[in-house]
Design a protein around this ligand. Structure first.
Ligand SMILES: *[C@@H]1O[C@H](CO)[C@@H](O)[C@H](O)[C@H]1NC(C)=O
Ligand SMILES: *[C@@H]1O[C@H](CO)[C@@H](O)[C@H](O)[C@H]1NC(C)=O
Ligand SMILES: [Mg+2]
Length: 346
């Protein structure tokens, strides 16, 4: 691992970081699992890390790594575009939401992918926060569960609308910022203040301001305090009928009640990318990613991939076990793009 990190820095310093994914060592992890799965058995002598439920679930949602060649075959004549969730997909789920860093290897893999295929990261976090973790200028970002999207600007398309505005990035490219929940900002700021006040005596609560949604993290809240926390959050919410609460992994999220989710953000980005014949690949681990999986199913386009180490109900076709498998998949995709796809302009 250390060696790979040093090699990465060295290669980067030498300006040939695009070769990085070809270093054999940089392919991580449970490779043997795939070898076994590909052959359809687990050898009896080895400790089995997979329970039977997972194995049968995997038959319905085959590994995106095992299915890689099939996906690539399906992309013939189509423009591959890549959509990625952040937490739990590119970074491990960690206790402190401010420390959900992605590895340098993952960053290099995403960068390589984005050189060959338009790539966007769609997260529940604020757009700025995701960017501060990812730090890649080559990708598009959509924050607040898709309610804050910065995407490409299509030529001659009118963006004259109170919810979207044009901006220019450091390289002079025109970008569009689209914020369909803009009208809810003042109320969200008021709620943040009220919620912080009402929960200040409950130990372990972290309220994250994700701009168009508030995330109340309770991973560090004692079980016996949970009910009180939920009551307090709901009591604030009562005075804001235009908002509702959703639940994620050890988090309650307060969101504007508008018909806009990650699926809509995906469609918005696809529309603005402006390709006639696309093959979208969407990788995510959240319940909120299911909205995007559904969109791909309904369009009959592309590959929704769920990241899960446990069997679960999902609209995704394929699966990846954890972020380290996401890394393997992205490395493979970047490597294929390097050999076969025309580089897109940065
Ligand atoms: C992909 O396409 C190649 C060439 O057409 C074919 O030989 C191969 O069997 C295909 N692989 C899969 C997994 O579909
Ligand atoms: C955009 O508008 C210009 C000027 O009206 C025109 O020359 C150009 O072909 C248009 N481009 C597209 C993609 O429609
Ligand atoms: Mg996630």
């Amino acid at each position: 691992m250390v060696l790979v990190g040093i090699a990465a820095k060295l290669y980067e310093a030498m300006g040939i970081q695009r070769w990085l994914p070809m270093i054999p060592n940089s392919e991580p992890m449970s490779k043997s699992r795939h070898d076994h799965m590909d052959r359809g058995y687990i050898s009896p002598g080895e400790p089995s890390v997979l329970d039977e439920n997972y194995i049968s679930w995997l038959k319905e949602h085959p590994s995106a790594i095992s299915s890689f060649q099939r996906m690539i075959n399906a992309s013939k004549g189509k423009q591959i575009v890549v959509f990625l969730d952040y937490d739990g997909t590119l970074s491990p789920i960690v206790c402190d939401p401010d420390r959900a860093f992605m590895s340098d290897q993952m960053r290099a893999a995403v960068r390589e992918v984005s050189k060959h295929f338009p790539t966007a990261i769609i997260s529940g976090r604020s757009r700025e926060k995701v960017y501060s973790f990812v730090k890649l200028n080559e990708v598009y970002y959509s924050g607040s569960h898709g309610m804050d999207t910065m995407g490409p600007a299509r030529e001659n398309k009118s963006y004259d609308d109170k919810y979207q505005y044009k901006t220019i990035d450091e390289e002079g490219n025109e970008l569009i910022v689209f914020q369909p929940a803009k009208d809810f900002l003042p109320a969200l700021q008021k709620m943040l203040v009220e919620m912080t006040e009402k929960t200040k005596n409950i130990q372990g609560v972290v309220i994250e301001d994700n701009r168009f949604c508030l995330s109340v993290h309770y991973r560090h809240v004692k079980d016996e305090d949970y009910e009180k926390l939920e009551e307090e959050v709901e009591s604030v919410l009562e005075n804001y009928p235009e908002f509702h609460m959703t639940r994620g992994k050890k988090v309650m999220e307060v969101r504007p009640s508008i018909e806009w989710n990650k699926g809509h953000a995906l469609e918005y980005l696809l529309d603005n990318l402006g390709f006639d014949n696309v093959l979208p690949i969407y990788i995510g681990d959240d319940r909120t990613d299911e909205d995007a999986f559904k969109v791909l199913r309904e369009r009959g386009e592309g590959f929704p991939i769920v990241v899960s180490s446990k069997p679960r109900d999902t609209m995704a076709f394929h699966s990846l076990h954890d972020p380290s498998e996401v890394l393997s998949f992205l490395i493979r995709l970047g490597r294929w793009g390097f050999k076969n796809a025309y580089p897109i302009q940065a």
